[in-house]
Ligand binder design. Structure first.
Ligand code: ADP
Ligand code: MG
Length: 234
C-alpha cells in the first residue's frame, strides 16, 4: 500500500511537470502562430511562399494538439473524480458541441438515446473518450455522410453500450490492428494519440471497446461499460 502511494505521488509530480512544460511551450507557440498568420495574410508573402506559411501554421497546430493530448495523458489516475453521471446528458452535450461542425460539413449527425440507469464514474474521462471517437468519425468523412451516436442499456450483457457509427472511409485490417499504437495516424495533421488515450481510459473505467469497420463503407466503435463497474455508490 505504501509503495502504491509513493508511485501515485510520483505520477502526480510527472503530471504537474508535464502541465508546466506544456504551458511554457504553448505560450511562445501562440505568439509564433499569430505572427505567421499576419505574414500569411500580408502582400509580401504572395506567390510560392504562401504555401510554406500554410505548412508552418499547420505544423504549429499539430504541435499544439500533441501537447494537448500529452496533457490529457499526464493527467494521473489518482485525480480521477467519480460522480453521478447521466450518460444521456453527457452524449447530448457532445452532440450539441459537434452538431454545428457536422452541419457545416454536410454530415447528418444523429443521437439515439434509450433509457439507461444513472452511473457513477469519472464523467470528464468518458466525455474525453466519446469526444475523441466523434472527432475521428467526423474526420473520416469529407462532406456528406452520417454520424450516429447511440446509447442504450444492453440487458443481455449487463452493460451500458455506447456506439459511435460513421459512414466514412473505413479501415482495412492492417489499420485496425494498428489502432491505439502511440503516434499511429493516417492524417496529415493527426497526432495518433487520441485512440491510445481513449483505450486506456475505457480500461480505467472498467469497460471494453471494440471496433468494426469496412473500407469505403464506415466504422463503428462500441464501448461497453459493465453495470457492475459503474453502478451507483460502489
Ligand atoms: P488521429 O485522429 O490524430 O489520427 P487517433 O488515435 O484518433 O489519431 O486515430 C488513429 C488513426 O485511426 C487515424 O489516423 C485513422 O487512420 C484511424 N481511425 C480512427 N478512427 C477512425 C474512423 N472512425 N474511421 C476511419 N479511420 C479511423
Ligand atoms: Mg483522433
Amino acid at each position: 500500500m505504501e509503495q502504491e502511494l509513493v508511485r501515485s505521488e510520483k505520477l502526480q509530480l510527472v503530471g504537474q511537470l508535464a502541465a508546466g512544460f506544456a504551458h511554457e511551450i504553448r505560450n511562445p507557440l501562440t505568439t509564433i502562430r499569430g505572427f505567421m498568420q499576419i505574414f500569411h495574410q500580408s502582400d509580401a508573402t504572395k506567390g510560392e511562399h504562401k504555401v510554406h506559411y500554410d505548412v508552418i501554421i499547420k505544423e504549429i497546430d499539430r504541435v499544439n494538439s500533441i501537447i494537448g493530448e500529452l496533457l490529457q495523458m499526464a493527467n494521473p489516475k489518482s485525480v480521477s473524480t467519480k460522480s453521478e453521471t447521466n450518460i444521456g446528458e453527457l452524449l447530448t452535450d457532445i452532440y450539441t458541441l459537434y452538431k454545428p461542425e457536422a452541419t457545416e460539413k454536410e454530415i447528418a449527425m444523429k443521437l439515439h438515446l434509450e433509457p439507461m440507469p444513472t452511473v457513477y464514474l469519472d464523467r470528464s474521462k468518458l466525455h474525453q473518450v466519446v469526444m475523441n471517437l466523434v472527432k475521428n468519425g467526423l474526420e473520416a468523412m469529407d462532406g456528406s455522410g452520417k454520424l450516429i451516436l447511440n446509447a442504450t442499456e444492453n440487458s443481455e450483457r449487463e452493460t451500458i453500450e455506447i456506439s459511435i457509427e460513421d459512414t466514412g472511409v473505413g479501415m482495412d485490417e492492417k489499420t485496425v490492428e494498428m489502432l491505439g499504437t502511440p503516434f499511429f495516424t493516417t492524417k496529415e495533421t493527426g497526432t495518433g494519440l487520441g485512440l491510445m488515450t481513449s483505450f486506456r481510459i475505457v480500461e480505467e473505467l472498467g469497460g471494453e471497446i471494440s471496433v468494426s469497420s469496412i473500407e469505403g463503407v464506415g466504422t463503428t466503435f462500441t464501448i461497453q461499460l459493465p453495470l457492475h463497474a459503474v453502478k451507483m455508490y460502489q
